[in-house]
Structures are given as structure tokens and as C-alpha cells.
Design a protein around this ligand. Structure first.
Ligand code: BG6
Length: 491
């Protein structure tokens, strides 16, 4: 199957933090893959920037290593590797000093007909200073800037950061990445909802009983403990990725896929979230922290051991019963859950439909289970629609619950591109649909802030859970109190 792709114009991409983890693990491999697929125009160039003094060749050697660490050797055998590396050059510059900036400006301005893109793959405290220098050296004029989360640590700091960036770059040239929006299956959620007439009439509180969104990770925080301890699962995953998934499930159909049409609808969902504060926090949220346990068959340390500290009230697990207070969703709980060191790595959205209103079958045919639509984001990306059917064979009717099962790997024999591949080229295309607008980020913080505040004021620390399990038992109680149960692994 050949893919139809929208071509991109020639660009000059400057990556700040070019020798860092994000560049090494994600950006360089993503750019190479797009180049391999012939989607990078011939004269597009990539400039790496960081404080380290490196020559162009040393940076190319760094990039070559990043490719061999993250891309199968079979894809690195052709002449494309050298063609890709030839696009790279390097400038040493510091966000807080002027050294290197004139040279960077010269290199960018050598291609006046290119679209200039500045990717800030750096620590967030450098976003403001880098934007200011881009402004000072005249590089912001027609440039686009890309930033990653964390965008602030609460509403106040997010507003301050957005202001600082906004003084240099207008909103239509600011691209706030939430890499979940670039995942194939997340975009597929829009296809499923809006390219099929089947679901939309049922997509409301008359037919949907509840929604579950799980983003579970098997890994712990490991060497990121320093950062993670200042964030926790609510800031790291819920404020951005999980709320974005919730928005895509709950939003009204936009009039088009134009960036603002989509983002207006997502914003309405965020603004309709029922507030959670110290009044209802204990009833609708659970936070946890993992203790030593087992993962992938081996013993693993607890969070505090990884952190190297005897105490921390940072949550590595969150479960929340959220509600969207509008006509479509009133009374439909959205159970959200995420955590590190859980039983397996699985991200899934389960839309649970209401039961049939009346059974015409004898009681002995077995229970009639409700229909469920399960969208598996990763791994084993796919969609399952669970239905009741007759168990084949003679001897009367017996019912059984089976899935219509669509696996992306089986249906499409193509490599599933990484989210960054799509997102970086969308920046060049000037398509902001899959990027968060300023007001979305701020609305998400507005909902999250009172929860964090209520937790801070709570006497109880996060509940312990054993690594390799599904989190604290209180999270199971949270949903079971409502007569429902968490569904795992496509069930
Ligand atoms: C990042 C978080 O945004 O997303 C990490 O900071 C998390 O803590 C990661 O591990 C999960 O992304 P993915 O694509 O592996 O599901």
C-alpha cells in the first residue's frame, strides 16, 4: 500500500538541545525516517544547537550513533544515511549569552526562501531566553517555534511562559507538541468518530454508560527521577496526554479539521470538566506511589529507591473519575488512569455502551454483556468492537461476547510511524491541528491546579502499590463503587 502524503516546502530546522535525549531518541530518528520515505525536500537543512563545542562532523557522528541506537540496522544500509547526515550542521550557542548566535543567524539567513523552524528540545526554563534571543537576532520574523511539555507547572507559570513566548512569536507560529496527538491511533480516533456514520448517533449519555482511558507504563522513572519528582503523574501525563485523549473522545464534531475548528471544540470540553477540589478530591481521585516489586520477570526497585530519597509525596499513579458537564455527557463518568511500573504497558480507550433495555432470552443463555468499543493506542494498535453473538452449534441459543477485531499490524503491512515524524512535518506544513493552543493548555491547568492543591493539603500521602500491579487497591474501589470495573488488555 502506498501512502499519500502532503509534500512539504524546503525548510531550515534548528534544533536547540540537539545533543540531548529528545533529539537523540526521537527527533533525529524521526527526521531520518521521513527522509528515507522521500518526504524531506532536497535542500532542507537541519542545524543542531547546544552549548557543547562540536564541529559539524562531530555532530554528524553523534547523529549517526543516534540512528544506529534507535533504528534497525536493515534500514541504515543504503546511501540515505549519508544523504541525511549531509543535511546536518552544528552551532554551539548558549541560551543565556550571545556567543554563537550571529553565526546561527548567518546560517539560517543563508536560505531566505526556506521556512525557518526552531525546535526547543531543551529544559523548559530555557524556552523564554531562547525565544528572546531568536527575537534579538531577527530570527523570529517569519519563524515557527516548537515547544514541548512541561508548559509550566501550574496555571500561573504556564501563563507566564506563554506570555514570554507570545511576546516574540504570534500564536499562529507557536507549536506546542503533545506527542500523543501525533500517534496514529489517536488520529484514528478522529477518523473513527467522524468518518463513520455509525457511532455519532450513539455517542452520548443516552447510549454510553462510561468511558475509560488508561495509559499504563511498565517502566519506572529510572534516571528521570530528578525531573519526575518535581512533576508527578498528574503533571507528566494527565494535564496533557490524558486530557487530550479525553477531549478527542468527548468533543463535538468540528465543522472541519482546521486547527481552530478542532481546538475550539477541545477547549469547550476542558472548560466543561467538573471541578475537583478539596471537597470531592477524596471521592474521585486516587494517587499512588510504587514500592519495590517485579516487572518483566525481574525484581525492580521502588520509587523512593530510584529517587535516592527516604521520602517523597510525588504520585507515580493517578486514577480520576472525571465528568464533562454538558448535555451530551451529563452522567457519563470518564475514568482516567495512568501510572509507572504497572502490570503492563498498555494505552487504551474503552467506550462502554449501555446494556440492552430488556432481554428476550432465557436466563440460562448467560448474561448479556454490554457492547464496548476498545481503541488500543499502544502496543498492538487496533480497534475492537465487542458484540454479543450466538455461540455456534446446536442445542438452543447460548450467547457469547466476542470482538470484531481490527489490528493495524495485520490490516496494513506498513511501519507505524513515530508521532514525531508526523508532527515535525506538520510544523513545516503550517498545520496546527495536532498542536495545543495556548487557551487549551491554560484550561487544562485550571482543572488540574485545584486537584494538586487538594492533594497538597491532604494528610494522607500517595497510597503505596507494588511495582508490577495495576496500582493501589483504592483505584479499583474507585470504579467498583460505581458497579463498574477496569478493563485491561482489549477486554
Ligand atoms: C512523556 C512523559 O510525555 O510520555 C513520560 O513525560 C512518559 O513520563 C511518556 O513515559 C509516554 O509516552 P509513550 O509515547 O511512550 O506512551
Amino acid at each position: 500500500m502506498t501512502s499519500r502524503v502532503i509534500p512539504v516546502a524546503p525548510f531550515t530546522l534548528t534544533v536547540f538541545g540537539a545533543t540531548g535525549d529528545l533529539a537523540r531518541r526521537k527527533l533525529i530518528p524521526a527526521l531520518f525516517h521521513r527522509d528515507l520515505d522521500g518526504q524531506i525536500p532536497d535542500d532542507a537543512t537541519i542545524i543542531g544547537v547546544s552549548r557543547r563545542a562540536l564541529s559539524d562532523d562531530q555532530f554528524r557522528a553523534f547523529a549517526r550513533q543516534a540512528l544506529s541506537d534507535h533504528i534497525p540496522a536493515s534500514e541504515l544500509e543504503g546511501p540515505e544515511v549519508d544523504r541525511f547526515l549531509a543535511r546536518l550542521s552544528y552551532v554551539a550557542a548558549d541560551a543565556d549569552a550571545d556567543g554563537g548566535w550571529p553565526e546561527l543567524a548567518q546560517r539560517v539567513e543563508a536560505f531566505p526562501e526556506h521556512i525557518p523552524v526552531y525546535y526547543l528540545a531543551t529544559a523548559p526554563h530555557l524556552f523564554g531566553p531562547i525565544c528572546e534571543r531568536l527575537g534579538k537576532y531577527g530570527l523570529s520574523r517569519n519563524g515557527r517555534v516548537v515547544i514541548e511539555k512541561p508548559i509550566g507547572k501550574d496555571l500561573k507559570s504556564a501563563v507566564a511562559l506563554n506570555e514570554q513566548i507570545g511576546r516574540i512569536f504570534p500564536e499562529d507560529r507557536v507549536y506546542r507538541i503533545d506527542h500523543y496527538l501525533g500517534k496514529e491511533t489517536v488520529q484514528n480516533l478522529m477518523a473513527l468518530r467522524f468518518a463513520n456514520a455509525l457511532f455519532e448517533p450513539l455517542w452520548n449519555n443516552a447510549h454510553i454508560d462510561h468511558v475509560q482511558i488508561t495509559v499504563a507504563e511498565a517502566l519506572g522513572v529510572e534516571e528521570r527521577a530528578g525531573y519526575y519528582d518535581t512533576a508527578g503523574a498528574m503533571r507528566d501525563m494527565v494535564q496533557n496526554h490524558i486530557l487530550q485523549l479525553l477531549c478527542l473522545v468527548a468533543m463535538e464534531p468540528p465543522a472541519s479539521l482546521d486547527a481552530d475548528a478542532v481546538r475550539d471544540e477541545k477547549l469547550k470540553v476542558l472548560r466543561a470538566l467538573k471541578p475537583i477540589d478539596d471537597q470531592n478530591m477524596a471521592a474521585v481521585t486516587v494517587r499512588g506511589q510504587y514500592r519495590a516489586g517485579a516487572s518483566a520477570g525481574g525484581a525492580v526497585a521502588g520509587y523512593l529507591e530510584e529517587l535516592g530519597s527516604s521520602t517523597s509525596s510525588t504520585e507515580t499513579f493517578v486514577a480520576v473519575k472525571a465528568e464533562v458537564e454538558n448535555w451530551r455527557w451529563a452522567g457519563v463518568p470518564f475514568y482516567l488512569r495512568t501510572g509507572k511500573r504497572l502490570a503492563s504497558r498498555v494505552s487504551e480507550i474503552v467506550v462502554g455502551f449501555k446494556p440492552v433495555p430488556h432481554s428476550v432470552f432465557d436466563a440460562n443463555v448467560g448474561p448479556i454483556e454490554s457492547n464496548r468499543l476498545v481503541i488500543r493506542l499502544q502496543p498492538d494498535e487496533g480497534v475492537k468492537l465487542w458484540l454479543m453473538i450466538k455461540d455456534p452449534g446446536p442445542g438452543g441459543i447460548r450467547l457469547t461476547h466476542v470482538p470484531l477485531d481490527m489490528s493495524f499490524a495485520k490490516a496494513f503491512k506498513v511501519r507505524n510511524p513515530d508521532a514525531y515524524e508526523r508532527l515535525i512535518l506538520d510544523v513545516v506544513r503550517g498545520n496546527q491541528t495536532l498542536f495545543m493552543r495556548r487557551d487549551e493548555v491554560e484550561a487544562a491547568w485550571k482543572w488540574v491546579d485545584p486537584i494538586l492543591q487538594a492533594w497538597r493539603g491532604a494528610k494522607e500521602p500517595p497510597r503505596p502499590y507494588t511495582a508490577g500491579t495495576w496500582g493501589p487497591s483504592a483505584a479499583i474501589a474507585l470504579i467498583e463503587r460505581d458497579g463498574r470495573t477496569w478493563l485491561e488488555d482489549g477486554a
